[in-house]
Write a protein of this length. Sequence first.
Length: 440
Amino acid sequence: MPELSHLDESGALRMVDVSEKPETLRKARASGRVHTNAETLHLVTSGAAPKGDVLTAARIAGIMAAKKTSDLIPLCHPLNVSAIDVQLTPRVEDSTIEIEASVTTTGPTGVEMEAMTAVSVAALTVYDMLKAADRAIRISDIHLLAKSGGRSGDYVAPGHLPVVEDSPEGSALPVPSVIPLPSAEAAQASTAGAPDDSEAADDLSGPAEPDIEPTVPPEDERPPEFAGAAMPGDGRSGVGDDRLVTLQLQGGLEVENITEALRRVYERDPGLAAYDLAAVDEGAPLRPADVEAAAPIIAGYSPKVLEALYDREAEVSAALSRIPPHASLAGPPGSIQWDALADLLRAAIGREIGLARATKILHKKRPSLIPVIDEAILGYTMRVAGPLPAEPVDCALKVMGTLKQDLDANAEVLGGAAGEVEDVELSPLRVLDLAIRSLA
């Protein structure tokens, strides 16, 4: 059970001491809804409500409430709020008023409560302004849409992102939308010249994002899909490389590129796997269709980042299933089948290890294991039939159990990796350590 920060060791309420926490940029966005009827909503949109301008009054009330949150919620900290925005949007189609509030501060704690308080008081003000016309007005769906900053990282509410219309189950899975790119530099992650740990593996992954000059087409030459979108490399998205896809988190946080998303989770620059792109032919530019097919991840985009953004393993699984079949963790294109690798990555998620970290460990510390894992997973893919367990830990045990059999049965393939597994009890979890955490 997670600890509650507002309770001390004896269970008594307390105000959390944030005096030692650093002041960082914090943002939060919340929303809510007011339900009424068509006649009452018409009073709002026509300006004929008896008490006056409903939307303006509610907007000002929401802004004032955000500034008074610490007076209303007993254990909230007073904050120097730097920006508050409250928007109310009448929806004629279902006779509702959508309310959305965003709050920004630079401080030691977040502004989620300020955003939700703004929405709540704005909704109550709408009720007060219209109750004489409609006693059946109802307030609903007040919730946090997104937050950024702080030790807990970023959050985006499930269902708040664009929908995958062609998902296998036909369900609405939230994923980032993808801007089709006219071309993209290909980079392949592979190793060479490393038969054992006595020498380092050559990094054949191609240039990393900071080393590639942006090649963004002029605005008048961009395809229609680019209209109104922040283009990588044009100064608006903060990405200096048209090889990366801007994450369009609609109405959410400004997580605009893979580099920043990884940095927020890992609190450092991302490793090799963040730039692990593979084309059908090594070095060939990816076509727009290739980039679209890779949505929402370019091969190597850490599952841990996805989990942090969406906080739901189902979305991670769905995203992994969209990696193009020619992408490869290591070795020549096609050396790993992604459906099996997806299970390995879900195992990594179960151990709170992201793909960027796992791949970096393998490339730097255990390059001799990479061909072994390639062969094992390929063999696993060829043999396994039927659905795998849904739980990540079960997937880990099943994948690693099969990998253990492959390692035990194929001494020749082990080759230079023999020293890695000599005199080691190869339990499934031990093999998992070998595969994605490495031996310390």
